[in-house]
Ligand binder design. Structure first.
Ligand code: HEM
Length: 128
């Protein structure tokens, strides 16, 4: 059964987006291994739970100006060996798919634009 798509960007729908996206990431043969390497393969573990909460806060900061997130979004990506432009493109493809599962197009568009923008910045900084 198809659940109703959200039109409102708030904590609840952001969390839904994050919890829709990362299981897809873990199953992906190109992007998944980078996450397994750092966080393990059990999405229900404490380490993963921390990551999901952190990422939800990151998007709440980007979308809503919420101030709970005060991490350094770029930093961990410098530590990921073998990270590539191809991997970023696949990350974005999966993120777009997750967005379309959660939001109506008008609201999802915001996340598509932002994620594309941030990914470009990351790649530029990583020199890939
Ligand atoms: C191929 C692409 C990507 C890979 C493989 C990747 C992988 C990872 C991994 C493994 C971590 C956890 C690091 C750790 O806890 O030790 C992480 C953290 C994070 N990622 Fe990514 N990532 C990718 C792209 C992106 C993009 C495009 C965004 C944003 C649009 C993003 C946002 C973040 C944020 C906010 C964190 C948390 C940073 C902090 O510690 O505050 N990532 N990423």
């Amino acid at each position: 059964m198809q659940t109703e798509l959200a039109n409102t960007i708030n904590d609840e729908t952001i969390e839904k987006l994050v919890r829709t996206f990362y299981p897809m990431v873990l199953e992906d043969t190109l992007v998944g291994p980078f996450f397994v390497e750092k966080l393990g393969d059990d999405i229900n573990s404490e380490v993963w739970e921390e990551h999901l909460v952190l990422i939800s806060q990151f998007w709440a900061f980007v979308a809503l100006g919420d101030e709970r997130y005060n991490g350094r979004p770029m930093a961990p990506h410098f530590e990921i060996e073998g990270i590539s432009r191809k991997a970023f493109e696949q990350w974005l493809k999966l993120f777009y798919e997750a967005i379309d599962k959660v939001y109506i197009p008008r609201s999802g568009e915001f996340f598509k634009l932002k994620s594309t923008d941030i990914a470009s910045n990351f790649m530029r900084n990583l020199g890939i």
